[in-house]
Design a protein around this ligand. Structure first.
Ligand code: MSP
Length: 624
């Protein structure tokens, strides 16, 4: 049996969770639930990172000792995960007694092997990052490149880990295991960092006490990142996760891109040094901004997932974050986009499919639709399930949902074409049976993403089945109760109300899109020669980390273009994609490469998604 172990970062107990923390945890939950649905032995771990100088100072500012302060925030995390339907197998706190001791194990082995030695550290430290910086990594004025605030100079006795010894073994490992760091652009960054040379890492601190004591070294506490990373392994010593670090388990660390270095350099080196197997994959996802801006307390734009969920439904929130961005790319959160997707894909596509089907089942069959051996939507269902499987194996829940919505759309189109309202009672029952069976399959297959609403859907279908991997099942009829809409439509008045409540400042500032100024005429628009283009080759542009050089087939020939999409798409992921191409843009030379046209993509400073077409169209076809 396949065994799958997924983790999220353990979050700092600095404040209650926001959109970013909820995102990682919801994605991990959907992946874990998917594996459980497949019958795989699955473990899902999350938790909190409670030691270190940052937390000690925060507690002090609030007049609390660190532990009671951490208890409070940890409780808020647990409550948030319960509310967001996160089903974990264990929740680890670095202050748990079970972590403190086994967490030192890699350390003990390192000491035995001579990979730990005592020295003196003199250098820079950013408490907000809990990270050491070299002089050349800092911004002007000795400030942290992430937080833009002055870093602190520290000078203290410290234990060191012989990280330098693992430079070549790490590089070899990345080459032999390309799946170790995903997506590929993150792998390239990490590799480049390691190739620049690794210095030994300072792994203990002596100027404060809030941490795990170094064994037999009074005054030293373990550096908070070493303590934190060890959680993944130490948690598997507990009963709930027993077996999760065995050699044949697929272990996935899902993290945000900003902590790739810790997970893909320090952590594997620590494990190598202790002779412990490495995780299968470190998957670094992108960052959410809000209305194009970095989320921060000072900007006042921190998105509270619980507030949104209580207004629009937990599963609506889950759906949006899972569907909106391909895992790995950065995303921009907008409350408007949340409502738009809700209305289009949940209320209209899926909700309406169930609603109209149940309505007809009552109208034509008095709620009882007898068993059939018909298979009219089976091929579509099989195709969607296969695409879901592939997407989830590649850690792409957004594509998984897309695959399932193909079946939703198929079923809606099937109703329109089969037109039960025009048919004999026998045929009506057969059509409805086919749609009900497709709905049953969806209520199972969509459940990893929207667990609560899919349970409601099964109830509305008259089913009392626990979620399981579905197959087309002939020979069973349906007896359906009357139900209420799964996703009631949000009308314009309600939308205004919600936007005013969620983002009051934005709602006031938002200008209508078409107020005359800045409008163009249809003739202006016609000047754009937009065509279907197919990307047939792609490569990086040397020394330009945002740029890719693409060859695009536009029917009448091929065009070479330079596109600023490399932060979102690696060359290998983009070949074969069909996009909308602007063919009459004046050629330009960008970084020495000729660019003859432009591919259209969504996003401002950073591309979020490429333009595409919802079905195949030949390269060169005019877009208007
Ligand atoms: N405690 C460390 C992790 C230790 S893991 C051994 C830490 N904690 S954190 O509280 O700062 O959480 C960081 C993580 O939260 C990111 O890696 C990401 O998973 C999530 N996010 C926080 N803000 C985010 C966004 N704006 N967008 C997406 N996810 C981000 O780092």
């Amino acid at each position: 049996m396949k065994r799958f172990f997924i983790t999220t970062p353990i979050y700092y107990v600095t404040d209650v969770p926001h959109l970013g923390h909820a995102y990682t945890t919801v994605v991990a939950d959907a992946l874990a639930r998917y594996h459980r649905l497949r019958g795989h032995k699955t473990w899902f771990l999350t938790g909190t990172d409670e030691h270190g100088q940052k937390i000690a100072r925060m507690a002090e500012e609030r007049g609390l000792a660190p532990k009671p302060y951490a208890d409070k925030i940890t409780e808020a995390y647990r409550a948030a995960w319960r509310a967001l339907e996160i089903e974990t197998d264990d929740f680890i706190r670095t202050t748990d007694s079970a972590h403190g001791k086994p967490g030192q194990d890699p350390w003990d082995t390192h000491e035995k092997n001579g990979d730990i030695y005592l020295g003196n550290y003199e250098g820079w430290y950013c408490v907000a990052c809990e990270q050491f910086y070299t002089e050349k990594e800092l911004d002007a004025g000795q400030s942290c490149p992430v937080h833009k605030k002055p870093v602190e100079k520290i000078k203290e006795q410290s234990y060191y880990f012989r990280l330098s010894k693992y430079q070549q073994p790490l590089l070899d490992y990345y080459t032999q295991h390309p799946e170790f760091i995903l997506p590929a652009n993150r792998r390239n960054e990490v590799r480049a960092f390691v190739e620049r040379g690794l210095e030994d890492l300072s792994v203990s601190r002596t100027t404060f006490t809030w941490g795990v004591p170094v064994p037999d070294a009074p005054g030293h506490v373990i550096y908070v990142w070493i303590d934190a990373l060890s959680n993944y392994y130490s948690a598997t010593r507990r009963a709930a996760l027993a077996g999760a670090w065995d050699p044949d388990v697929e272990i996935v660390h899902l993290i945000g891109k900003e902590i790739s270095r810790f997970h893909a350099v320090y952590w594997p080196a620590m494990l190598m040094a202790a002779g412990i197997r490495l995780p299968t994959t470190v998957y670094a996802h992108g960052w959410w901004t809000v209305d194009g801006e970095k989320m921060s307390k000072t900007a006042g734009n921190v998105v509270d997932p619980l507030k949104l969920s209580s207004d629009i439904g937990v599963d609506a929130f889950r759906y949006f974050v899972l569907r909106e961005v391909p895992l790995g790319a950065d995303g921009d959160f907008s409350h408007e986009a949340l409502i738009t997707r809700y209305n289009a894909e949940l209320a209209n596509d899926l909700g309406n499919l169930l609603n109209r089907t149940l309505g007809m089942a009552h109208k034509y069959c008095a709620g009882k639709v007898p068993a059939h051996a018909s298979r009219e939507l089976e091929a579509g269902a099989i195709e969607s399930l296969a695409a879901l499987e592939k997407a989830m194996e590649e850690l792409q829940p957004s594509r998984g949902l897309e695959a399932l919505w193909q079946l939703v759309r198929n079923a809606n189109a099937y109703i329109d074409q089969a037109a039960p309202w025009k048919q004999s009672p026998e045929r009506q029952a057969e059509i409805l049976w086919n749609v009900l069976e497709a709905c049953r399959i969806l209520s199972h297959a969509v459940s990893p993403f929207l667990p609560e609403r899919m349970e409601a859907m099964r109830t509305q279908l008259g089913l009392a089945e626990a979620p399981a991997w579905p197959t087309w099942r002939t020979g069973k009829g349906f007896e359906v109760p009357t139900g209420t809409p799964l996703f009631p439509r949000i009308d314009d008045d309600r939308k205004k109300e919600l936007l005013a409540k969620w983002a009051p400042k934005r709602a006031e500032a938002a200008a209508p899109v078409s107020d005359g100024a800045g409008q163009i005429s249809y003739e202006d628009f016609q000047k754009l020669d937009l065509r279907v283009g197919k990307i047939i080759a792609a490569q990086a542009v040397p020394k330009a980390k945002k740029l890719l050089q693409l060859t695009v087939d536009i029917g009448t020939g091929q065009r070479q273009v330079v596109a600023g999409i490399a932060e979102t798409y690696g060359p290998e992921t983009i070949i074969g994609k069909t996009v909308i191409f602007l063919a009459n843009l004046k050629p330009a030379t960008i970084r020495g490469v000729l660019s003859e046209g432009m591919i259209l993509a969504a996003g401002e400073e950073q591309v979020v998604a490429l333009s595409g077409l919802d079905r195949d169209a030949a390269p060169g076809t005019k877009v208007r």
